[in-house]
Design a protein around this ligand. Structure first.
Ligand code: PLP
Length: 439
């Protein structure tokens, strides 16, 4: 090319959740069966959409209007329905005009960061869900700016860390909260959320709350939604259909804008997002038409409750298997469907191995782990993949200095779930037994 094509930020776009799949496919081609614990797609893990929801979608597919474009902000009746549901929470009130539909939250996330000036930074959690951190970093042509989630304190955010970073980095204009969180599966208490609001108010920031898992809680936990605690601070809540219906293939998500008139710059950001959608014409229409029909059906609440009961049971089962493994930090989860298991400081070294019987697979894994500066958690993840056929994601690729890995709590087949987590248990015990030669 006669000129350089890409800006520096393009290097920040990485998605290890899918990246690990390329490695796992090579291992599978060499003859190892794989248990996919890398991606949060309930459908891939054998969840089925209830028949009554499929009937609603079939009916809509018979109507001609389903096939047209819709309003660039989204179908009006659906936005009215969602605004009413929001207002029933009793917090900050909105109208249909404050809601904007996207082609999945992935689309919303990409657009929210894209139009900010590169020096305006949004601080987000670490470990980070990479769709946010990569998009934010790409817009800024720099590494993500993060605050720590603390595995020693139920994975709650380290509020002093946030406060100090916000105070001394005047480029920070907003704070991202993911509640319930991916990848830790934690649900934040109200006091924590109120502290975010206090910090935002003190430094004149806006909040983004990714609430895609808000209806996925268990073990007695309850998740608070942004309008219930944000008060008069400007903010955006993000919600979608992928996880709870579950319908990830719908590519349907929406943003709700709160207190947009309280700040001119924030209002301009909301208008820019609306304009960006207008240029694109509109987002996917069929799932939008289905939303009021699905969510106002009394069976929907029962469906959510049943899903949560099942995930809660799996979280307890996994806890039983993994909680006592020496050398790792295990927090039982209360929401979403992931768990992040952290290696304690000093337990990993570059000599650890698992026995891999398949010669081809062993050669592959040995070639991957021999690259210079291989993160120690990634080394474990590759050995786990090669030796036991379990595909998980290393936490070092979630913008974190911690070493660990993320699993999902999605497998519907309980025997298979048990077998997979037994394999993880055995792999951890075997791997962590190897002490460094010079210890
Ligand atoms: C926290 C979080 N936000 C957003 C998304 C993206 O969702 P969507 O399927 O709507 O693009 C995910 C998907 O895993 C997620 O975990």
């Amino acid at each position: 090319m006669r000129r350089k094509l890409l800006r520096t930020g393009a290097d920040e776009l990485s998605y290890e959740i899918r990246g690990i799949v390329k490695k796992a496919e090579l291992v599978a081609n060499a003859g190892q069966d794989i248990s996919w614990e890398n991606i949060g797609d309930p459908i891939q893990k054998h969840a089925s959409v209830p028949q009554w929801i499929k009937d609603i979608i079939s009916d809509l597919s018979q109507q001609d209007r389903t096939y047209g474009y819709c309003h660039s902000k989204g179908v009006l009746e659906t936005r009215e329905f969602l605004a009413k549901k929001n207002n029933e929470l009793g917090g900050v009130q909105i109208t249909a005009e404050d809601i904007l539909f996207f082609n999945g939250l992935g689309d919303a996330i990409a657009k929210i960061y894209q139009f900010l000036v590169p020096t305006a930074r949004i601080i987000g959690p670490s470990p980070a869900y990479s769709t946010h951190s990569s998009a934010e970093a790409a817009h800024a042509n720099d590494h993500p700016v993060t605050y720590n989630l603390d595995p020693g304190n139920n994975w709650y955010p380290d509020m002093d860390d946030i406060y100090q970073k916000v105070k001394y980095n005047s480029n920070i204009v907003g704070i991202l909260i993911i509640n319930p969180d991916n990848p830790t599966g934690m649900v934040y208490p109200r006091e924590v959320l109120e502290r975010f609001v206090e910090i935002a108010r003190e430094f004149n920031l806006f909040l983004i709350s990714d609430e895609i898992y808000i209806n996925i809680t268990y073990n007695g936990a309850e998740a608070w939604s942004l309008p219930e605690y944000i008060g008069d601070v400007p903010g955006i809540a993000l919600k979608g259909l992928s996880k709870e219906v579950p319908w990830p293939g719908s590519r349907c998500g929406w943003a709700k804008f709160y207190n947009r008139k309280k700040d001119v710059e924030f209002d301009k950001l909301c208008t820019t997002l609306e304009n960006a959608k207008m240029i694109e014409v509109s987002s996917t229409k069929l799932p939008q038409l289905a939303i009021p029909k699905i969510m106002s059906d009394p069976r929907y609440q029962l469906h959510l409750e049943e899903n949560n009961r099942k995930i809660g049971e799996k979280s307890r089962r996994i806890s039983e298997i993994l909680k006592d493994v020496e050398g790792v930090h295990f927090n039982p989860t209360n929401g979403a469907f992931y768990n992040t298991i952290i290696f304690k400081k000093g337990v990993l070294n570059g000599n650890q191995k698992l026995e891999i019987k398949n010669e081809k697979v062993r050669e592959l894994v040995e070639s991957w782990v021999s690259v210079p500066d291989m993160p120690l958690d990634k080394r474990f993840v590759y050995y786990l993949l090669g030796a036991k056929g379990v595909c998980v994601v290393p936490i070092s690729s979630f913008c974190s200095d911690l070493n660990g890995f993320r699993v999902t709590l999605l497998e519907e087949d309980t025997d298979q779930l048990e077998e997979t987590f037994r394999k993880i248990h055995d792999a951890l015990v075997e791997y962590l037994e190897v002490v460094p030669e010079n210890a």
